[in-house]
Design a binder for this molecule. Structure first.
Ligand SMILES: Nc1ncnc2c1ncn2[C@@H]1O[C@H](COP(=O)(O)O)[C@@H](O)[C@H]1OP(=O)(O)O
Ligand SMILES: [Mg+2]
Ligand SMILES: [Mg+2]
Ligand SMILES: [Mg+2]
Length: 361
């Protein structure tokens, strides 16, 4: 992967996606420090959404609309709640945040023709329409982007891990993934050291970690999932108990002979941690609530894992299917890990499921 080398497939998409994700990360980090209670809504599914989620989606969709006007976008948020009178205060704040972000000075590698830099503010309607550019239903064919403007909103609100996640799919195959993690330490070995990373993967071109401060002009580190032993293996899993069945993970790790405690991280930062070897297995099994996983929650992470040499599948070992619309369809869970460990994890999941079925007889 060479972001500055236009000879590579998806070179322009990669540069623009990195720039868009970086700007959204600057926005969300600044929002966190100033967020007040009235700036968060509860959605119909009871999950929170903040001015940061809406404004980050406005920024990224505005940039994609300018640079790839024909590409549809499957984005998590929509502007319905902002178009009504009771949404006025929230809307004003989102417009201010988005415009501050879009009109900030150009960074190394960014281009004014992407609609960025001083004098590139947008109107209220343009920004609301940009948010609603994310309403695409997804599907099997053609190019489409998928965006989670803040993945792990609960982690974001706790001041812990969250991620800005953007992926490009072509005929339902992920070709490019970019994940911004403003709160993630640059090196897991130095948890109190510098924070802020962007992860990028392009199909056939590898997975890389960049610095959030200067992703297009700064250093890049190639990522490869290391080999683990039973002693060094550890699980990466959700913080939120409602998102994944953590008791199931405990049984699977027992079957595998894992001795290390799991590492709990919010958001697709788990995929980033996996790609750089901070943890060995990301297991996310459904809690049985009927929740369907969304494509924007796994698209970018999946290509990062694959390009770092790993495998991602559902809990049965089948590939994830990004062709079904906005969700991944029926929820069989997610297993992501190194190639060598994957068959063992799938076998352990199968065994734990059989035990579970037995105990329910
Ligand atoms: N009931 C649920 N079950 C599983 N995942 C959920 C549920 N509600 C929200 N999510 C999504 O799970 C992801 C975070 O989970 P985790 O941090 O545990 O990996 C987020 O994408 C979050 O959406 P959101 O993007 O709104 O935060
Ligand atoms: Mg959400
Ligand atoms: Mg999400
Ligand atoms: Mg989100």
């Amino acid at each position: 992967m060479a972001a500055n080398d236009t000879a590579h497939p998806y070179a322009a998409e990669t540069q623009i996606a990195i720039a868009a994700v970086r700007r959204a990360c600057v926005l969300t980090a600044s929002v966190f420090n100033k967020l007040v209670k009235q700036e968060t809504l509860t959605k119909d599914d009871k999950s929170p959404v903040t001015v940061g989620d809406f404004a980050a989606q406005a920024v990224i969709n505005t940039i994609l609309d300018r640079t790839f006007p024909d590409d549809p976008i499957v984005g998590e948020e929509d502007a319905t709640d902002l178009r009504i009178e009771s949404g006025r205060a929230l809307r004003d704040r989102i417009v201010e945040l988005a415009n501050d972000t879009l009109s900030a000075d150009l960074q190394p590698g960014e281009k004014e023709e992407w609609g960025l830099g001083p004098n590139h503010g947008r109107t209220v309607d343009q920004l609301l329409d940009a948010i609603d550019r994310g309403n695409y239903d997804g599907g099997r064919t053609g190019r489409m982007w998928t965006l989670d403007p803040i993945d792990g909103t609960k982690g974001f609100l706790r001041g812990e891990q969250y991620a800005v996640c953007l992926a490009l799919l072509v005929d339902a195959r992920v070709e490019l993934g970019v994940i911004g993690c403003p709160n993630l330490p640059v090196a897991a070995s130095n948890p109190s050291g510098p924070r802020g990373c962007i992860f990028v993967a392009v199909r056939g071109q590898g997975a890389y970690q960049l610095l959030l401060d200067n992703p297009l002009g700064g250093e890049r580190t190639k990522l490869t999932i290391p080999t683990f032993t039973a002693e060094s293996l550890n699980f990466l899993e959700s913080v939120e108990k409602a998102h994944a069945k953590l008791s199931f993970n405990e049984r699977v790790s027992q079957i595998l002979g894992v001795t290390r405690a799991p590492t709990r991280i919010d958001s697709q930062a788990k995929y980033c941690a996996l790609a750089r070897g901070d943890g060995g297995v990301y297991l996310r099994m459904p809690v049985g609530s009927g929740y369907k996983e969304k494509i924007w929650d796994h698209a970018a992470g999946s290509i990062l894992v694959e390009e770092a040499g790993g495998v991602i599948s559902d809990g049965r070992g089948e590939p994830l299917d990004f062709s079904l619309g906005r969700t991944l369809g029926e929820n069989y869970g997610i297993v992501a890990c190194g190639k060598d460990v994957h068959p063992k994890v799938i076998a352990a999941v199968k065994q734990a499921k059989a035990e579970e079925a037995q105990s329910q007889l």
